[in-house]
Design a protein around this ligand. Structure first.
Ligand code: SAM
Length: 279
């Protein structure tokens, strides 16, 4: 198992990580597409592809895990130039075995390496990665630096109360033996931070509200266990370009992206998984 210098990153090398994040690869394609397209960040990505000539678009996925976004793009025949990056050796091995045509590379925890080796991409996509960083703002800055046009992420946010950046106080237990940071960012702080980048013109925020405290073995500040904090799984589009005025344009809406499968779909999925998922 690869050894990480930062213990907060060791969990990504665990075999449990592959088992957990390969879940979608056992979904039959119609349900996989239905679920993926229900996610707000996938809607943002689709909107981007509708406006641009995909063949010319270079897309980086930072934190690609076992490559299921590549499966989505391939199934939908989005012929963009995809490159997935991750810190997890195991997850990348699984991605390469499943999708030999995919372009996947390992990085150490510093995203700057991508910029130095491969330059910018038109779109950078990073789903559920930023909340697990020990340096949230530094990581976000490096993603913005990597982006030529649009950065699309799913992060965790709170409407009330300051961001707790201490990974000892805001964390989650993974795979039965590791702690990882679980940082919930205050949306106003996020907009203020992103607003400092003069090349950013717009930020679109889609919040899928839900209480984050306590779920999935989380140990987070107490107020995040209550609805008053306004926590959400939040999809974000950060767009670069010349600004209309002095400030960035901020658009924020609430849209739940928790897909409810019908009884029939759930039964079908269960049978499919029994048949196709290795034990
Ligand atoms: C919670 S998983 C999300 C995986 C995938 N994006 C998804 O939504 O299913 C986070 C992934 O990001 C990777 N990761 C964590 N920190 C990273 C970093 N600094 N740079 C690149 N990948 C990172 C982990 O190894 C893991 O595969």
């Amino acid at each position: 198992m690869a050894e990480e210098r930062n213990l907060f990153f060791q969990g990504w090398q665990d075999d449990g990580h592959v088992k957990m994040y390969d879940w979608f690869s056992y979904f039959p394609t119609p349900l996989f597409l239905k679920q993926f397209e229900y996610f707000n960040e996938l809607r943002l990505l689709k909107e981007y592809f509708q406006k641009h000539n995909m063949k010319e678009q270079k897309i980086y996925e930072v934190g690609c895990a076992t490559g299921e976004l590549f499966r989505y793009l391939n199934t939908k025949k989005y012929r963009c130039k995809y490159h997935g990056f991750d810190v997890s050796e195991n997850a990348l091995r699984a991605a390469k075995e499943k999708y030999p045509k995919g372009n996947f590379s390992r990085i150490k925890e510093n995203t700057r390496q991508i910029f130095e080796r491969f330059g910018q991409a038109d779109v950078v996509f990073s789903r559920d990665v930023i909340q697990h960083q020990t340096d949230v703002w530094g990581f976000l800055d490096s993603l913005i630096e990597l982006t030529r046009h649009s950065l699309i992420m799913r992060i965790r946010t709170r409407d009330a109360g300051a961001t707790c950046l201490d990974p000892e106080l805001s964390c989650q237990a993974h795979y039965g033996k590791h702690w990882m940071p679980y940082i919930v960012i205050n949306t106003d702080e996020l907009c203020e931070h992103v607003g400092k980048f003069s090349e950013v013109k717009k930020i679109n925020i889609l919040k899928s509200y839900g209480i984050l405290g306590g779920d999935n073995k989380r140990f987070v500040p107490k107020e995040l266990y209550f609805s008053e904090a306004g926590t959400a799984e939040t999809s974000i589009l950060i767009e670069k370009g010349p600004r209309e005025g002095q400030n960035i344009e901020v658009n924020s809406i609430a849209r739940s992206d928790k897909l409810r499968l019908s009884l029939f779909e759930r039964a079908w999925l269960k049978l499919w998984l029994i048949k196709n998922r290795p034990t």
